[in-house]
Write a protein that binds this ligand. Structure first.
Ligand SMILES: Nc1nc2c(c(=O)[nH]1)N[C@H]1C(S)=C(S)[C@@H](COP(=O)(O)OP(=O)(O)OC[C@H]3O[C@@H](n4cnc5c(=O)[nH]c(N)nc54)[C@H](O)[C@@H]3O)O[C@H]1N2
Ligand SMILES: Nc1nc2c(c(=O)[nH]1)N[C@H]1C(S)=C(S)[C@@H](COP(=O)(O)OP(=O)(O)OC[C@H]3O[C@@H](n4cnc5c(=O)[nH]c(N)nc54)[C@H](O)[C@@H]3O)O[C@H]1N2
Ligand code: SF4
Ligand SMILES: [Mo]
Length: 688
């Protein structure tokens, strides 16, 4: 089918791409009647999507035509946070924003560095995320943002060990005989991988889930290992111990294609299953059995695969945990088979021309400071940040340690502009809120971090109200700032073509809507790791040169689980299935499916506190408190509570969400947040 097809003249099918921060990057097919999108479905012609979308995006029209969609620029008229705004024209808003920015630049000793962009994964489109916006901020000389809030610990770990953000191709999981699903609730957050895993299961594969939570995915696996959060490193070291002591190793692979094996083996031999079991809160026999399954591959040459996801790296030792997990396939030579190895992210395959899109050359000789988005709570306490421009993100809801974040956003001397679809928790603190288009209303081009296809998004409908694409908003602001460089007048189609340059045939994208990158089926079958040594690096010279441990190790949590401490429960806050981070929380049908903000709790932990199923509880620690409804459930193991996230604060039970409790402590690598490294106590609220 053509990317835009009209069989019935009144009805058009438009092929697009899902913009959300999800590894699946589905191909969308939108049915448009009389200029109105009536249905968004999965494109049956795109193999990974296979005609299926998740529940959230199959309701995308509810989000696009939501009665509370922002359709006009707004100016704040009440106190920050109160959400009182009045409608203004685009001219008024943009002229005022430009003049405020000019004043800040002129008054500040550090000029434009007082301006900070803040953006993340509202859309993963290469054009609507960082093209015109990046050019604008580079031209200004604004502070740079370190975009660490999700994946940087794991990506660093993966890159030190394998050399890049690379791994198995997702479709080959269908041929694997053993799949470890590690820190991933795939049914909820990586549905189209799960479909390949199901195919493998039907062909006799064994599926083992490693996750503190008994997730929907764990329910459907053959085995579930419910370790304590942040103890994956200890588990891997003990697996290595078992692989070594039983000689379930591919000696040839280790000798030819790895670096630092002798030292790695010595370290692993410090970790008997008994020792690791105490740290992980599981039984030694569970570790032995997992090692037997994994090691069986070395002798039988059966393809053995690991789907590790970002859930393992939101703790202090997240980078080291990913280094250790990514090392495992080399021990048994799993990389020899295309259906063996590990996949965390496939994003390193995409030949994106970031320099053309983002134009860092516009900085000239200036070297602005870099601000870490994960510590925005602390960063904003610095009065040197005078203006904040937020797009594609909802930091007041998603950043850790919300009390500090709210305090920063409340600063009277901070000028805040938010580009949004909705009046989010963050938009409530804006001086100006600017209405942005959704994926059905703009052009974009996409990569994926879960498969290897490039996708094009065609607009299906005209922009609603006065909404404009992010690119257009920054173009118009650039004009008002007096930026005359030709790159500020390039249109979205030019930017779409520029994203991959000659590396991808744009005509194929226009015709089909997607195009598959050519990659090696078994990229590391004969080494060829893109590391400095060309080998899988157990030992990293690059880390050692930074004064760090060159070998991966188990790095304990900042907030180590201890049943006798003041805060004796470990809280993790993985995604609620029907939300995507804080997106979709305001879509009524999806919110109804989730009900209230839920805290899953093991029966023994609830009983010890006199808490009944369905009770409203106070979850608290030294950083704050948050009210949730308790679900006494087998999904929680003892000692761990699961606060399903990420609600809008104002739609929760107490005007807060789980991030009221999380800390701004960072990971061992990548300066990322440690959302799942968080101790709390729980008590029934009065009257329960
Ligand atoms: N429905 C839905 N889908 C999503 C998202 C969403 O919010 N909702 N978010 C999207 C985003 S931004 C991302 S980054 C991706 C990936 O998002 P991920 O963060 O990988 O999310 P999950 O797949 O839920 O996997 C996290 C799993 O890790 C488990 N976990 C927590 N701590 C640990 C630990 O210390 N060790 C181990 N082994 N497991 C742990 C949690 O219980 C959970 O089941 O998903 C994307 N997809
Ligand atoms: N406690 C806890 N906190 C977490 C996590 C967790 O597991 N637990 N997960 C973390 C992770 S993995 C991530 S990735 C972050 C995600 O954090 P964010 O990237 O901030 O994601 P969202 O909360 O979905 O907010 C995205 C916002 O962008 C807006 N948006 C979408 N498209 C566009 C557009 O085209 N233009 C503009 N201007 N706006 C648009 C949406 O309306 C939405 O409000 O959250 C992190 N926070
Ligand atoms: S599964 Fe992921 S990529 Fe596919 S429609 Fe849902 S959110 Fe989008
Ligand atoms: Mo994420």
């Amino acid at each position: 089918m053509n990317a835009t097809q009209q069989s019935d003249p009144a009805q058009t099918q438009v092929v697009g791409a899902c913009p959300h921060d999800c590894p699946d990057t589905c191909s969308l097919q939108t049915t448009v009647v009389g200029g109105v999108a009536i249905k968004v479905q999965g494109n049956p012609a795109h193999p990974h999507t296979d005609g299926v979308l998740c529940t959230k995006v199959s309701r995308y029209t509810e989000r696009v035509y939501h009665p509370e969609r922002l359709l006009h620029p707004l100016k704040r008229v009440g106190p920050k946070g109160a959400g009182q705004f009045e409608r203004v024209s685009w001219d008024t808003a943009l002229n005022d924003i430009a003049s405020r920015l000019k004043t800040i630049i002129a008054c500040e000793p550090n000029g434009a560095e007082a301006i900070l962009p803040y953006s993340y994964g509202g859309t993963l489109g290469l054009v609507q995320s960082d093209s015109m916006s990046a050019r604008f901020f580079h031209r200004l000389g604004a502070s740079l943002l370190d975009r660490t809030v999700c994946a940087s610990a794991g990506c660093k770990g993966l890159t030190y060990t394998l050399g890049g953000k690379l791994g198995m191709r997702v479709e080959f999981f269908a041929e694997s005989k053993l799949i470890l699903i590690w820190g991933s609730n795939s049914i909820s957050s990586n549905l189209h991988f799960w479909r390949y895993a199901q195919e493998a299961k039907r062909n006799g594969a064994k599926l083992i889930c490693i996750d503190p939570r008994r997730s929907e995915t764990a329910d459907k696996c053959h085995e579930h290992i419910a370790l304590l959060p942040g103890t994956d490193g200890a588990l891997v070291l003990a697996l290595m111990y078992e692989l070594v002591t039983n000689d379930w190793l591919d000696h040839d692979y280790l000798a030819q294609y790895t670096l630092g094996w002798d030292a790695m083996r010595e370290r692993a031999l410090q970790w008997s299953p008994e020792r690791a079991a105490v740290v992980c809160g599981i039984l030694p026999e569970q570790i032995r059995s997992l090692a037997r399954d994994y090691g069986a591959c070395a002798s039988s040459r059966q393809p053995t695969a690991i789907r590790v996801n970002y859930g393992v790296q939101r703790v202090h030792g997240g980078g080291n945990a990913v280094r250790l997990i990514a090392s495992l396939p080399a021990l048994i030579g799993a990389w020899r088979h295309r259906a063996g190895g590990v996949l965390l992210t496939s994003s390193g395959n995409f030949p994106i021309d970031h320099d053309a899109l983002e134009r860092p050359d516009l900085l000239g000789s200036r070297t602005p400071r870099t601000i870490n988005m994960s510590t925005i709570g602390n960063d904003l306490l610095n009065p040197d940040i005078k203006a904040l421009m937020v797009y594609n993100s909802n930091p007041v809801a998603i950043a850790p340690e919300s009390a500090k974040v709210v305090q920063g956003f409340s600063r009277e001397d901070l000028f805040t502009v938010v580009l949004e679809h909705f009046q989010t928790d963050t938009a409530d603190y804006a001086d100006y809120v600017l209405p942005a288009t959704t994926q059905l209303e703009h052009w974009d081009v996409h990569m994926s971090y879960g498969h290897t296809d490039v996708l094009l998004n065609r607009p299906a409908i005209a922009p609603l109200g006065e909404a404009k694409p992010n690119t257009q908003i920054f173009r118009e602001l650039a004009q008002r700032m007096g930026f005359v460089e030709p790159c500020f007048s390039e249109d979205d189609m030019t930017l779409c073509r520029m994203a991959y340059g000659d590396a991808v045939d744009f005509e194929v994208l226009l015709e089909e809507g997607f195009s598959t990158l050519k990659t090696e089926p078994a990229p590391f079958a004969q080494g060829n790791f893109p590391t400095p040594s060309g080998k899988c690096e157990f030992f990293s010279e690059r880390l050692a040169a930074l004064g760090q441990d060159g070998l991966p190790d188990h790095v304990p949590n900042h907030e180590t689980f201890n049943s006798s401490s003041t805060y004796p429960l470990a809280m993790i806050s993985p995604p609620a299935r029907n939300f995507l981070n804080s997106s979709f929380v305001n879509v009524q049908s999806l919110q109804s499916m989730e009900g209230d903000p839920i805290l899953e709790m093991h029966a023994s932990d609830a009983a010890a506190r006199g808490i009944q199923n369905g009770a409203y509880v106070r979850v608290f620690n030294q950083r704050g408190e948050h009210v949730c409804k308790v679900a006494i459930s087998k999904r929680a193991r003892s000692g761990v509570v699961n606060g399903l996230g990420v609600w809008w604060r104002k739609l929760g039970l107490s005007g807060t969400n789980v991030n009221q409790l999380t800390s701004q402590n960072l990971t061992d690598m990548g300066n990322a947040p440690t959302y799942y490294d968080c101790l709390v106590e729980v008590e029934a609220t009065p009257g329960q």
